[in-house]
Design a protein around this ligand. Sequence first.
Ligand code: HEM
Length: 344
Amino acid sequence: MPKKIQYSDYLNLENILSTQNLESTKLGDESHEEMLFIITHQTYELWFKQILWELDSILKELDGKNIPDHSMSVVVHRLKRVNEIWRLLIEQIRVLESMTPLEFLEFRNALYPASGFQSKQFRLIENKLGLNTKDRKLHSGCPYHQFLKEEEQSQVLESETQTTLKNAIENWLERTPYLKTQNYNFWKDYKSTAKEIFENEIRLINKSPIKDSEKLSSINSVKTQQKEFDEFMSKETFKKDRWSFSFESLQAALFIQLYRHEPKLQLANRLIEELIQLDEQMTLWRSRHAQMAYRMLGEKVGTGGSNGASYLKEATESHSVFKDFFRLTTYFIKGRSLKRPKHL
Ligand code: HEM
């Protein structure tokens, strides 16, 4: 008869539960809250492991030129799980905040210079998502990987060179069919509808019973918006340096979202929605973590040597991978104003 697996053996609990070693105890001045601090971080690292597990599988599903609907569905499903994990990770900060700044101060020096900044798994998540090294906020003028243990650096540097979720999504978007057929051209249609909308707005302003000076200022603001639309809509004037996705992939992302209810585009739209949520959840985590760091440290420097909460705030602003999807909303026009393509 096969041996029955015991719960604690299956989960390797003896191992896991014997790895909470308080530095303050070792120093002969045990601090009660250090247990909470260690367990919280370990729990994060376990969830980071699960996120990496999902991300690696997602990248495999997205590998190749023809991604079947089945794979897309798996990707959406797993991204949804990753987003649920991030929600939990944001909520979890409250548990750690049950420790007061003064309780943290009791043992903080004992862990110096260790810091979450040295989390290899967090860096792998960022790199696999597609955070570009040149967009990273540096601290102490050193590249981020130099803060990791030597044996961890090569794995993290290697992840910078591999296909990222951002690359995979950009390639997938660029291959979106249906934008142009014999009788249909999405971009042409979108451009002429946008033009009509602006012209209509100007007509309405001109007709409205407001003072001429107010009319002029409203018309000028519509014209400024129209100029931005015009620049965005033409490949010649499209400002590549302001976007991280290509012109073609942004067109496709716009198309998918504007026609999100059409059966052929629903799954693609769900994927974009999950990516937006992923970016949003991570930004919320960064911002919540920065706020906690500020509460715990005030303006002290971090144990990892950065200028503490202010480094974290800057990173929150600039480490977003899918920010283009947020900016793209600027170019949304009412779905009703667009023609409904017959082939969708
Ligand atoms: C008392 C609680 C905490 C404080 C005061 C704190 C403070 C800080 C500070 C100041 C930094 C910037 C680097 C440095 O100089 O050390 C940092 C980075 C970081 N911390 Fe925390 N942290 C806390 C809890 C956590 C927890 C529970 C996690 C979960 C893993 C975590 C993960 C990270 C990560 C991933 C970074 C790098 C962020 C980035 O570079 O964008 N921290 N933390």
